[in-house]
Design a protein around this ligand. Structure first.
Ligand code: MTE
Ligand code: MO
Length: 256
């Protein structure tokens, strides 16, 4: 069994324990259970759903379904000086840092990222603002990157720190960031995408690297990734809710 698979199973076990607690709460209020009917079977079904549904693949589409016009949203042209300098140099000096609760911190340039195990997938992006679009995304699978870094046992979430400031009035807290748990991190469709529709990612869509986490809504798909930090908990980061939009009221878990 690979390290990432072990970590994934650990994440699933944690998700399972949480599911068990909430399933128990639900079941306690279920009239059928109060009547003493088939409680164990219902409990198993609830647990089974939570444990296995999150591992299934998001739907993939044929190339013919690719949207001719995939709109860009949120930051589309970051003004942050560090980002501008990298973009001006064609991202030759870009390094993706992977650190925090890892055994071997990484600093990957784009060539190193492109040399890692990759995947290409045509998926639908759903923004909470009420629009969807389909594109082909190609990138390094996140799981092998994490294998290379070696997650420490205390690591439970990954925080994606971005280059862009979406709310300049909020100072440092206006910087975009996101976080996901290890179930999503190790999902086979979770990518550090560097191509969209067969071309290098444009600035509008998150150049040079953005997250694709296909079971989640649009705002979880962090663009302009600067650093991936493995953490035990994210409450000390920025507004403490695990993401730029989460700090402003959106749900942390935006999965389907
Ligand atoms: N760094 C960063 N990532 C981000 C955003 C952003 O403003 N900054 N917007 C989010 C939202 S709400 C959506 S819908 C998608 C938009 O991705 P797109 O520009 O490729 O359509 O990126 C997400 N990731
Ligand atoms: Mo969005």
């Amino acid at each position: 069994m690979t390290a990432s698979r072990r970590t994934w199973l650990r994440g699933l076990a944690a998700a399972g324990a949480a599911a068990l607690v909430s399933a128990c709460d639900r079941i306690a209020g279920d009239p059928a259970v109060r009547a003493g009917l088939r409680g164990a079977e219902r409990l198993n079904l609830g647990l089974h759903r939570v444990l296995f549904d999150r591992r299934t693949l998001a739907r993939e589409y044929p190339d013919s379904a690719i949207s001719p016009d995939f709109r860009a949203n949120g930051s589309i042209d970051p003004a942050d000086p560090a980002y501008r300098a990298l973009a001006a140099g064609g991202f030759a000096d870009y390094r993706l840092v992977v650190d925090g609760l890892v055994e071997r911190p990484l600093s990957l340039d784009l060539a190193a990222l492109r040399a890692l195990p990759s995947r290409s997938q045509v998926t639908r992006h759903d923004c909470v603002e009420g629009w969807s679009a389909i594109a082909r995304w190609t990138g390094a699978r996140l799981a092998p990157v994490l294998d290379q870094a070696g997650l420490k046992p205390e690591a439970r979430f990954l925080v994606f720190h971005c280059f862009d400031t979406l709310d300049p009035e909020a100072g440092e807290d206006g910087r975009y960031y996101e976080s996901i748990d290890l179930v999503d991190a190790l999902h086979p469709q979770t990518l550090l995408a560097y191509e969209m529709n067969g071309a290098p990612l444009s600035v509008a869509h998150g150049a040079p690297v953005r997250l694709r986490v296909e079971r989640q809504l649009g705002y979880k798909h962090a663009k302009y990734i600067r650093r991936i930090e493995a953490v035990a908990d994210y409450s000390h980061i920025s507004g403490g809710k695990g993401g730029f939009w989460e700090d402003r009221g959106y749900e942390w878990y935006a999965g389907s």
